[in-house]
Write a new protein. Structure first.
Length: 155
């Protein structure tokens, strides 16, 4: 114990963390899975590949009738069938879904996309880096911030 700083003690394990990844790029899905494997938090990652599927998952419709509600949504903007901007708007306009934090994780750094996402009440906007290490670090940081620092509302 030097410099008057107490030794860091590992926190007890938390409940399973439910994350919904809305992403149509298989490479980004694989990278996200890899990044989440490396964390100390127990997590369950569900993946949907388009906006229509995302809304069915969130509303627990059809094959998603038995899924758990996610604690966090990682949302790409450029999706087939239903654009991520439309998905974000539907989530934030839905009384039952609006409190789920939505992290926009996309390749777009366009100022209009950033403004529109925040105007639609995205909780944060992150541009995906091209570099593999940076991408992995960002996903780990997202999980650390949202599940170790932030106090989330009850489900």
């Amino acid at each position: 114990m030097g410099c008057g700083i107490e030794e860091f003690k590992e926190m007890p394990p938390v409940d399973m963390v439910e994350i919904l990844l809305v992403e149509d790029n298989p490479g980004d899905v694989r990278l996200t899975i890899e990044a989440l494997k490396d964390t100390k938090l127990h997590n369950k990652l569900s993946v949907v590949k388009d906006g229509v599927e995302a809304m069915a998952f969130l509303r627990r419709q059809g094959t998603y009738a038995q899924v758990s509600r996610p604690d966090l949504i990682l949302l790409d903007l450029n999706l087939p069938k239903k654009d991520g901007r439309e998905v974000l708007e539907e989530i934030k306009n839905d009384e039952d879904l609006r409190r789920i934090p939505v992290v926009v994780l996309t390749t777009s750094s366009d100022e209009q996309d950033i403004l529109k996402s925040y105007n639609l009440h995205a909780n944060c906007y992150i541009t995906k880096p091209v570099d593999l290490r940076q991408f992995l670090a960002i996903v780990k940081s997202i999980q650390s911030f949202w599940f170790s620092i932030v106090k989330l509302p009850p489900v």
